[in-house]
Design a protein around this ligand. Sequence first.
Ligand SMILES: NC(=O)c1ccc[n+]([C@@H]2O[C@H](COP(=O)([O-])OP(=O)(O)OC[C@H]3O[C@@H](n4cnc5c(N)ncnc54)[C@H](O)[C@@H]3O)[C@@H](O)[C@H]2O)c1
Ligand SMILES: [Zn+2]
Length: 433
Amino acid sequence: MPITHLKTAPGQPPHTASDIADAVQAMLTSLKTGGAQVALEYARQLDGWTKEVNVTQPEIDAAVARVPQEMKNDIAWAHDNISRFAAAQRATAQDMQIELRPGLIAGQKQIPLAAAGCYVPGGRYTHIASALMSIATAREAGVKDITAVSPPNGDKGIPDEMLYAMHLAGATRILCIGGVQGVAAMTLGLFGAPPADILVGPGNAYVAEAKRQLFGPIGIDMFAGPTDSLVLADETADPEVVAIDLVSQAEHGANSPVWLATTHKPLADQVIARIPALIADLPEPNRSAAEQAWADLGEVVLCDSAEEMAQYADDMAAEHLHVQAADLDWWRNRLQAYGSLFLGENTTVSFGDKAAGPNHVLPTSGAARYTGGLSVHKFLKTVTWQEVDERSLPDLARVTASISRAERMEGHARAADVRYEKAMQDLKVTASN
Ligand SMILES: NC(=O)c1ccc[n+]([C@@H]2O[C@H](COP(=O)([O-])OP(=O)(O)OC[C@H]3O[C@@H](n4cnc5c(N)ncnc54)[C@H](O)[C@@H]3O)[C@@H](O)[C@H]2O)c1
Ligand SMILES: [Zn+2]
């Protein structure tokens, strides 16, 4: 039986509008020629920032001193989880070597990138947790030079708590500059930063588009669109909790979809009835964001079975997938497409967003079909090497020359031939001795 839609989404999440792509392209072009001067001019025009971009050590120290001890403890608690999770991930990325044939040895090596650029969003909200997610993960991967950029919050610059988090997580330098100009500063190596090898971190449509356009000579973590969340609930779920969870993620922005799939119609009805009041109770501007996200993009579907719900989840490939249903092991084994999975009512996407440990920089807009989120692996190059001695050389050279000639690549074949001949020569010399 097909899935029943109890609430459909009349709007579609916007794809990168071509006017944003054009605006970003024009900005990057002038940033490439004009460098720091142009970056400063954009910072002034777009964010009203006319002060120093480089945050100095005394400024960091002063900010750290102003953050209340309790807040520091909480940020440090989250940082501890996030960095220990990343360290455990790092331990799974191993060097290895294998003797494929006698005398043909090949291996792989993990090499951390030299310089990372971490974009920490700071427009609408102060994304303290994003600083921890990007910077601490780069640090655990072994990246030596980490630049963190974030836009100013009014004329005070980067908020104290954010500076504390960036510093704690291990940023080498902090630049108070956001948007496309912030991304360009890390790419071009402005304001004392080396040109980054990789750009990571979430950001708004301008930031995401800038990263997309710069990708190629420089790496990026992923193309990140607006955040999205899916809750799967059966008759064991609490409708009040499910409704609160959906509203919590709709708060991200008007273009952030939240979806519910359930096998239990009374739950769906209760959630749909409850959400407007929960949204109305939020402060502004969160309320308007959640209201529009729910109205335009919120979706509720009724499924016949757990298997049908799982299939719906695989099709949606949500960034955040939260199961509030019986038999969590079944779900953990069955589900195939998500950025991060939240199992059971005790946890919530908010936990993962802020403090639980796994990274919150995750694939959006269906990208979970083909990739996971930010991890130490994005900051590591898994490179390979090979070495051959005389035991394998004749066979390897002969097979290589044979395949090369079948491909009509005579130059390749001759590079194999010359080695084959030398090996034969050496064999003769050894035999005559
Ligand atoms: N998925 C995640 O892990 C995650 C986590 C945190 C935040 N986010 C996302 O990060 C984003 C944060 O967006 P934000 O806007 O609040 O902060 P932001 O830091 O991404 O962007 C602010 C910057 O945008 C630039 N800008 C604004 N209007 C512009 C224009 N018209 N032209 C050119 N540049 C312009 C400004 O220079 C400003 O510095 C949200 O989309 C949020 O969902 C995602
Ligand atoms: Zn969230």
